[in-house]
Design a protein around this ligand. Structure first.
Ligand code: NYM
Ligand code: MG
Length: 212
């Protein structure tokens, strides 16, 4: 029964980099070529925990900073059984943000260390590939105004970018940096190439544990 497992593929990057668009395009391309694939996103605002996070991001509620960090992590953990089931069934998961956003956004707040922020996500399913969609602040500004959610300011996004850069020095993660200033189809081609390679490699490897 032991079929080939699917790959866990994550897209990360600051807001406006095009992650959501590219996740959709990748899933569609994989499905059209006969490879089972599904998209997920974090936070998943549909669960009970996700609704608490949604209210916080939309400024409808206040949460203490450590508390909301742990809720973001809990929102990933609550979906782990589903993720493992899908991966074991051979479905590749394309995920819009993961623990790296969790660490980058909280550690961009004053008095939060990268190390503290990583702790609750240690042991999550480890992505086979993490693509960072790189977009400089000038290019991002050309794509229009930020939205009205919490964290959506140029200053905060700059701090988040620095934290992502620190996370990307970790050689235990298969990071690939993608130039997100290219046109949509060129970005998509690069992402697809990296994904097919990672899917091939993952087939014969056990799913890893993040930061362990
Ligand atoms: N975010 C996302 C966090 O602060 N921690 C996390 O663990 C995750 C996954 O939530 N500004 C932040 C990043 C984004 C916001 O936005 C979610 P979107 O548009 O749903 O990806
Ligand atoms: Mg957003």
């Amino acid at each position: 029964m032991a079929g080939k497992r699917g790959a866990l593929i994550v897209l990360e990057g600051v807001d406006k980099a095009g992650k959501t668009t590219q996740c959709h395009k990748l899933v569609q391309a994989l499905q059209q070529s006969g490879r089972p694939a599904e998209m997920m996103r974090f936070p998943d605002r549909t669960t009970t925990i996700g609704q608490l996070i949604g209210a916080y991001l939309e400024n409808r509620s206040e949460l203490e900073d450590h508390t909301v960090h742990l809720l973001f992590s809990a929102n990933r953990w609550e979906l782990v059984p589903l993720m493992k089931r899908k991966l074991e069934q051979g479905t590749t998961l394309v995920v819009d943000r993961y623990a790296f956003s969790g660490v980058a956004f909280t550690s961009a707040k004053p008095a939060f260390s990268l190390d503290w922020c990583k702790q609750p996500d240690i042991g999550l399913p480890k992505p086979d590939l993490v693509m960072f969609l790189q977009l400089n602040p000038y290019e991002a500004a050309l794509r229009g105004q930020f939205g009205k959610e919490r964290y959506e300011t140029g200053v905060f996004q700059g701090a988040v970018q620095e934290k992502f850069e620190q996370l990307m020095t970790d050689p235990s993660i298969n990071w690939q940096v993608i130039d997100a200033s290219q046109d949509i189809e060129d970005v998509h081609r690069g992402i697809t190439e990296h994904s097919l390679k990672a899917m091939n490699a993952a087939q014969n490897l056990p799913l890893g544990e993040l930061w362990k």
